[in-house]
Ligand binder design. Structure first.
Ligand SMILES: Cc1ncc(COP(=O)(O)O)c(C=O)c1O
Length: 365
């Protein structure tokens, strides 16, 4: 059974600066990151000190939400966000077809029913029209993923449908719409700090909310010990050395984004000169978590690039409607993206010579 999805690629694929092949993803770890983690280790207090609370405060303030609850993964963040919506007799959760399998896992774990809808034909984000058609009286939530660094342009319209929206910002931390950061448009938003993400703590995640009541419900879920009354709760907490690493990276996130945009501009120029069409046109406020090209046959192209020393990936390993055994004809846009999309390396640690090599290889492959 294959397990390597783009968003869910295993940590062993993260690669290091020393491998010969240019890895698809690589975290940006500098001396300061190492020092802050060492400080936590040396303190002997590995969990439940102020680091996690500070990380929650700093990320929510960066995004523009009231507060946050850190978790051990983006999947557990999604799961807790769904649980926080409570029992209201509604059991359907609308999700995009072109996204990580983590969405299906979180929805099923919460004993809810995924309603899988297609994406846009002009970008890889969930389609507002498809959501409108899928909304029923049983809709409990909509999970709206800002894919690959590109904000969902009609997030405000999605938020106006009178169904709770969970903004999934796992792939787009720092992206904006009209200057406002994604993750701040709806009551709930979730983040992932997996090893390949823009903020990378190994594993990790966070739920942000604008409601103090929701935040307190979420905290209740993850404080499982020393309770006077029984309440369903889980040990999904982030450790302090992960939080310290996340905080350290957050101070440099805007630099990471600027560097990603710079690399994307170099790619745009290199590929346009060669007459290649880069689709979709990315909005100015994209953070370029991924740089996507469309090719005739994604699998063969990825193999050829790997042979040339450049690790590329399908940005979504398999669309969700296929896992669910639904009719592929109902998902033409996700199918097209799945067949033709390839993701090439883009991250701040990429050197100038590596960028040149990637452009040369893409142009010849
Ligand atoms: C859009 C999206 N949401 C949620 C997740 C789950 O995050 P995690 O891998 O931290 O559990 C992923 C996985 O990468 C993802 O791509």
């Amino acid at each position: 059974m294959g397990r390597t999805t783009e968003q869910c690629e295993p940590a062993t694929n993260v690669g290091s600066a020393n491998t010969e092949r240019i890895p698809h993803s690589r975290p940006t770890i500098v001396e300061t990151d190492i020092r802050v983690v060492e400080e936590v280790l040396a303190s002997g207090q590995l969990a439940d000190t102020a680091q996690v609370a500070s990380f929650e405060r700093e990320l929510s303030s960066y995004i523009g939400q009231r507060g946050g609850v850190a978790t051990n993964s983006g999947t557990s963040a999604l799961y807790l966000a769904l649980l926080s919506l409570g029992q209201n007799g509604r059991d359907e959760v609308i999700v995009p077809s072109y996204a990580c399998i983590a969405l299906l896992n979180a929805v099923h774990a919460a004993a809810l029913r995924p309603i899988i809808v297609d994406i846009n034909d002009y970008d890889f984000n969930i389609s507002f029209n498809a959501i409108k058609r899928a909304v029923t009286r049983k809709s409990k939530a909509i999970i709206a993923c800002h894919m690959f660094g590109d904000p969902i342009r009609d997030i405000r319209d999605i938020a106006s449908l009178h169904v709770p929206v969970i903004e999934d910002c796992a792939l787009s931390v720092g992206a904006r719409i009209d200057g406002r950061k994604v993750g701040s448009f709806t009551e709930l938003s979730v983040f992932s700090f997996y090893a390949t993400k823009m903020l990378a703590t190994g594993h990790g995640g966070m739920v942000l909310s604008r409601s103090e009541d929701t935040l307190s419900t979420l905290r209740d879920f993850i404080w499982y010990d020393n309770r006077t009354e029984y309440g369903l709760s889980f040990n999904f907490r982030l450790t302090d050395f992960q939080a310290a690493l996340g905080r350290s990276q957050l101070t440099r996130l805007d630099d990471f984004i600027a560097r990603r945009r710079r690399i994307a501009a170099i790619y745009d120029e290199g590929f346009e000169q060669a007459g290649m069409v880069v689709v979709p046109p990315r909005p100015d406020e994209s953070v370029y978590f991924r740089y996507i090209l469309q090719v005739e046959d994604a699998d063969t192209w990825i193999e050829r690039m790997c042979d040339q020393g450049v690790e590329c990936k399908k940005p979504v390993y398999r669309p969700l409607h296929q896992y669910a055994g639904l009719d592929v004809r109902d998902y033409p846009n996700a199918e097209r993206a799945y067949m033709h999309n390839v993701s090439i390396p883009i991250y701040p640690a990429l050197g100038e010579r590596e960028i040149e090599h990637i452009i040369r290889m893409v142009r010849t492959c």
